[in-house]
Write a protein that binds this ligand. Sequence first.
Ligand code: ZN
Length: 644
Amino acid sequence: MGKGCKKVYITTPIYYVNDVPHIGHAYTTVIADALAIYSRMAGLDTFFLTGTDEHGQKIEQAAKQRGKTPQEYADEISSKFKNLWDYFDITYDKFIRTTDDYHKIGVQKAFEKMYEKGDIYKGTYKGHYCISCETFFTDTQIVDGELCPDCGKVTSIVEEESYFFKLSKYQDKLLQWYKENEKCILPKTRRNEVMRFVEGGLEDLSITRTSFDWGVKLPDSVNDPKHVMYVWLDALMNYITALGYGTTEDKMDYWPARVHLIGKDILRFHAIYWPAFLMSLELPLPKHIAAHGWWTRNGEKMSKSKGNVINPKEVADAYGLENFRYFMLREVPFGGDGDFSQKALMDRINSDLGNDLGNLLNRLIGMSGKYNEGKVSSKNTAKYYQAELDEVNASMEKLEPLLFEMQIHRYLEELWKPLSVANKAIDKYQPWNLMKEGKIEEALALNGLIANILAKVAIMLHPVMPKTTQKIATSLGFEINFESYEKLFKEQGLLKDFTIEKIPPLFPRIEEKLLKEPEAPKPEPKAKEDKKEETGGVITIDQFFQTELKIGTIVEAEEVPKSKKLLKLKVDLGEEKPRQIIAGIKEWYSPESLVGTQACVVANLKPAKLMGMLSEGMLLAAKDENGLSLLRPENPKKAGTKVS
Ligand SMILES: [Zn+2]
């Protein structure tokens, strides 16, 4: 860690209360917890924040569906998160809720400051509005250019009065920040993505809504009571209102954050909007924004419909909370996607924890009992085993930077090297033979080496497995705290002489799966985006042939009343009767021009209803800035001819 960083501020995202906690939430929070425990152990003044994000239209709607007030609903879900973190021994210093009064006041102060500065102005927000869902959608969200992605009804372009934040004003400053701070966004590949996005140009950001109520009102000085703040503005401000921004200001000396831990889905908000807001508020920018990937289960995306969502508490109950913490942090390269399987978890427990760590302690307990009544001394360790100590210290020196740059899987990998040094030393020097040969000093010094390696590893593993490592330390006659961290890790010192305390095996072997596996999912066609996530964009030839493409002859075409984009077609695919296909091509084709022509049709698409009309297929088309063209055979083909 850099000198002078006496205060360390670590945050998780505040979790949105329209969801119950799953493994992704647990993963982010455990990483943050490990960083916080480490920082405290290293003597740094640490503040660790987590909490819940409770405003917005989705919460308002979810509460209504359940016959609750938004506040009642938010209270309920927020406490689920809080209970889970308590169960996970998460050592947060503060749990913020965006419905807390101090937060609302702080957000209003921030709005006021940006407004007075001229960074916020009033304008009109134009978007696709679905009347039955009472929701605005963006261009990328809506289907076929005008249909509501939630209910399928036609949306209309509605203009709404809105306040805007001058995001465009900060484009150059943001780019400068990314360029000058190579590690501001971790992993670094994500920084490149963000830079490319910002280089493409930033539009001002609509930050208020009048279409719902459940949010923070604008400050009195702005005097516009029909507006509430957009949920992202409100939510991001939590990182400073939790420190007293706009109210007590009592903890603002923790700012800027050492690291904001987030999932990759909310990177844009944290890496673009948040630093721009901070620039506007004239506050320093966070040191790292670290975005992690997704979790799958047995290689499959988790979803409620598949019934394979992981309940973190169930896993922790079955396999041990700290074992699960270790697994999550060791298994996944930070930033990449991780896969949960009971087999992988069992392997980590039996192999890394049981064989490498637990057995080493058992061997030491056994050998020290047999050779010297349990007494262990570091006295002659350096005399006989300096090479091993050097190797251990070399690994130890690499650890801290790995941790604070979120390379936690590599941190744990490196931390396991000293254990392998110890296990190899036992095999190499064979202390039982040393004892037989009368080389007692050498044999006892080897016990000293093993004890010191175990002690150093326990200290550095403490942030991940706090209770287990204290047990190891107790067995080795010390406690894990700032003093032992300084002496054994920082100064590379050795343990005082002690008598080992026998403890039961820490990681009993797990022979079979402890949780029921979810039932095999029914083979139903997956949603478009699911498929893309899972395969990383590459498909096999078999997957390609799952899509049935055919040449169809358009036999009828008519306009869909009240729709600017849709045409209703009858397409002959060589079947008993023509299929009805609703296509969003009205802007480019008149009905008359289509009748009698051919097009390529996706024939095995699940039928869908558009504006109440059944659509039994999809036409293939290509669109660029010059317009849209249907894909057609070069020469007429028999209706129903397969395309491959
Ligand atoms: Zn709708």
